[in-house]
Design a protein around this ligand. Structure first.
Ligand code: UT7
Length: 323
């Protein structure tokens, strides 16, 4: 196989929207502070019956419908999440069962906010190697369940949601032009663990724990790391920055999106921004933003799209995809 093509996308959000004003009623914060420092105006928060697996399943169904495929056409599910339904089994197996396509490969990838980039890369590699033919690559999170709702420095920043794409091993459908996943670069730096982590886990505290972040330091690393990795992907793909039609970044903070784009000379109108409505949905953020922009007609067939993300670990990466 020469590569993998992206056939469709879908996304899902919890029913409940929580505005900044609503948060300001219970935490010492304000709509003004949150909008000015992050660009976030609201977020979706999972309620009764809504879990990472249920949101992921809804996004997967929407992605399959988008490209006219059935669950039975899928033989690989890679799900990126830091908030699985259970410590084990993998949430991907719950999604597989809910979709009714048992028997293929299904597993989770843990790379926090960069999870979708890692999952996309793993799925692309498995399709290229011939281990599978069609993959669902999903980013799904319920970060609301690991937030410390008394910590105003973190609880205002995150939301819940899910996004999915369908990838197919190239060569199964007509079309000769280079398309699909063209180049990917991934990185991790475990030395930065303490800047963004969860203070619990099965093997340490035997609890789920809460998210802890030194936001200002994460911000500083994010702009540098993302600019570098975008440059690496462009070099690997032998593509100039002007050829990119759309950048779909991880939606952590409007100021990070603006600063990274400026550093690379990417016009702001080419950057998809959904942080205002979704807030930071970790691994779900890139596919959620991508699906939003495909459905509103901005991103279309033939477009050259750059995905990028950075998060806990640290992990970061970027991937260039031709639709
Ligand atoms: O998705 C994974 C990657 N994560 C990120 O990329 C997050 C990166 N970091 C950020 O987005 C930003 O650093 C934050 C949005 C987290 C914070 O913005 P900042 O401009 O770096 O603010 P700061 O942390 O320097 O805090 C400024 C002030 C502090 O008060 P003092 O010490 O100056 O008196 C904070 O206590 O703002 C205060 N503050 C708040 N005030 C009102 C912090 N959180 C809040 C809040 N409401 N929610």
């Amino acid at each position: 196989m020469s590569g993998s093509r992206l056939l469709g996308s879908g996304s899902a959000l919890p029913r409940r929207v929580v505005t900044n004003e609503e948060l300001a009623a219970t935490v010492d914060t304000s709509d003004e502070w949150i909008v000015e420092r992050t660009g976030i105006r609201q977020r979706y928060i999972a309620g009764e019956g809504e879990t990472t697996a249920s949101l992921a399943t809804d996004a997967a169904r929407a992605a399959l419908a988008d490209c006219g495929l059935e669950p039975g056409d899928i033989d690989l599910i890679v799900l990126a999440t830091a908030t699985p339904d259970n410590t084990f089994p993998a949430t991907a197996t719950k999604v597989q069962h809910a979709l009714g396509c048992n028997g293929g490969i299904a597993f989770d990838v843990a790379a926090v906010c960069s999870g979708f980039l890692y999952a996309l890369s793993v799925a692309d590699s498995m399709l290229r190697s011939g281990m599978a033919r069609r993959a669902l690559v999903i980013g799904a999170e319920t970060f609301s369940r690991i937030l410390d709702w008394e910590d105003r420095t973190t609880c205002v920043l995150f939301g819940d949601g899910s996004g999915a794409v369908v990838l197919e091993a190239a060569g199964e459908r007509a079309g000769d032009a280079p398309a699909g996943v063209l180049a990917t670069r991934l990185h991790a730096d475990g030395a930065q663990h303490d800047l963004l982590y969860v203070d619990g886990g099965p093997s340490t505290t035997r609890t789920v724990g809460h998210l802890r972040m030194k936001g200002r330091e994460v911000f500083r690393h994010a702009v540098v790391n993302l600019s570098e990795v975008l440059g690496e992907v462009l070099e690997q793909a032998k593509v100039s920055v002007d050829e990119i039609d759309w950048v779909v970044p991880h939606q952590a903070n409007r100021r990070i999106l603006d600063a990274t784009a400026k550093k690379l000379g990417i016009p702001p109108e080419k950057v998809i921004v959904t942080v205002d409505v979704h807030a930071n949905t970790s691994a779900a953020s890139v596919p959620l933003a991508f699906d939003t922009a495909r459905r509103d007609g901005r991103i279309g067939p033939g477009d050259l799209v750059m995905f990028e993300a950075m998060g806990g670990g640290f992990t970061w990466g970027a991937s260039l995809v031709r639709l």
